[in-house]
Design a protein around this ligand. Structure first.
Ligand SMILES: [Zn+2]
Ligand SMILES: [Zn+2]
Length: 352
């Protein structure tokens, strides 16, 4: 989706994005630093980790993926900003996706820093559902595909190839500090307020640096990509409704500079959030049209029929995220009364 109505502030980041390179470590207003850290084998390429110095040390927002290369980039970025690893006193995870929270455990182990997140995010961690191994995750994904209407062959095509037991344990750091909506990050010398923005995940938070008018948006609002809103055991009951409410909530920060966790910095949250809301409304209308033309399709059949950024045959493992996105929209439309589950035959839906 082309972003309109925003002003790009991270022009070097945007240029690097276009050249498919890593952007530079940059000094930002109010003494903050932006440190890009790589995400291995991922089209997003990097997470923008942020360093927030206060009176007693540095807080790291979203340290990144749990990988040696990512760790090296974070430590090197701290050095460029003039900090030692021992200066880190806290870690805030905007949410627990591994490209944000993966390194928190190692960073805490190496520095003694506290780790903070929203209570709903703590409660959404896969380990809270007894899922800590690749095998358990594989079983969970297979089950979601099955109940959505995928055939065993389609499940094998999507999840097969490679022994799930060979995937590493992905247990992540539990929080030492909980940040509810409106709470200040415990960093003396700074006023950084928690803005709860459920949707992308149940406990996703943005952080407002009130004096400098900066808003860290994590994955909630990015300048170009529309964040994935999926379904799963750890998701909200109505994630898309929550996400749309959370977009309206941050539109009020229109005069703030936006520090997202991917892509590049920008200003213009009112325009960007309006664009994302319109995008989801368009998707809803497209989805209703698909259901109308195909009778009583399963969620999986709808996902296959919707348009994606690339043809269905080419999106590979992204099909799982596409299915989650479709499920979230179907459920939203059922709640809105535009679609109805076919009695006794879920996940089939029809136009209400
Ligand atoms: Zn995420
Ligand atoms: Zn992310």
């Amino acid at each position: 989706m082309a972003a309109s109505g925003i002003v790009v502030l991270g022009t070097e980041q945007q240029a690097a994005w276009g050249r498919r390179e890593m952007p530079p470590v940059e000094k930002l207003p109010a003494g903050l630093w932006s440190v890009p850290v790589p995400i291995p084998d991922n089209p997003l390429r990097y997470t923008l980790s942020y360093l927030v110095p206060g009176d007693t040390g540095v807080v790291v927002v979203d340290p990144g993926w749990n990988d040696d290369e990512t760790w090296a980039a974070l430590v090197s970025g701290l050095g460029t900003a003039g900090f030692a690893l021992s200066d880190v006193i806290g870690v805030v995870a905007t949410h627990v996706h591994p490209d944000h929270h993966g390194l928190s455990m190692k960073l805490r182990a190496e520095t003694g820093a506290w780790v903070a997140m929203h209570p709903a995010e703590r409660d959404s961690m896969p380990q809270r559902f007894g899922i800590t191994t690749g095998e358990q995750r594989h079983a969970g994904m297979s089950q979601i595909l099955r109940v959505s209407g995928a055939s065993e062959d389609e499940i094998e095509a999507l999840l097969g190839g490679g022994d799930p037991r060979s995937q590493p344990d992905f247990r992540m750091a539990e929080p030492d500090v909980l940040l509810a909506d409106g709470d200040l990050v415990p960093l003396p010398g700074r006023r950084i307020r928690t803005v709860w923005t459920p949707g992308h995940t149940p406990g996703h938070i943005c952080l407002a640096e009130e004096d400098a008018k900066l808003l860290f948006t994590g994955d909630h609002v990015l300048p170009r990509i529309s964040p994935n809103i999926g379904l799963g055991p750890s998701q909200d009951a109505e994630p898309l409704a929550r996400f749309l409410e959370s977009l309206a909530k941050v539109a009020a920060f229109d005069d703030h500079d936006v520090l997202p966790a991917h892509e590049y910095r920008f200003r213009g949250l009112a325009a960007r959030t309006a664009e994302l809301i319109a995008h989801h409304e368009e998707r809803c209308q497209e989805l209703v049209a698909v259901v109308r033309s195909s009778g009583e399709p399963t969620t999986w059949e709808i996902a296959k029929t919707l348009t994606w950024s690339r043809p269905w045959e080419e999106i590979g493992r992204m099909r799982f995220a596409a299915l989650g996105e479709t499920s979230a929209h179907v459920q939203y439309l059922v709640a809105r009364g535009e679609l109805a589950w076919v009695p006794e035959d879920a996940p089939r839906v029809r136009v209400a």
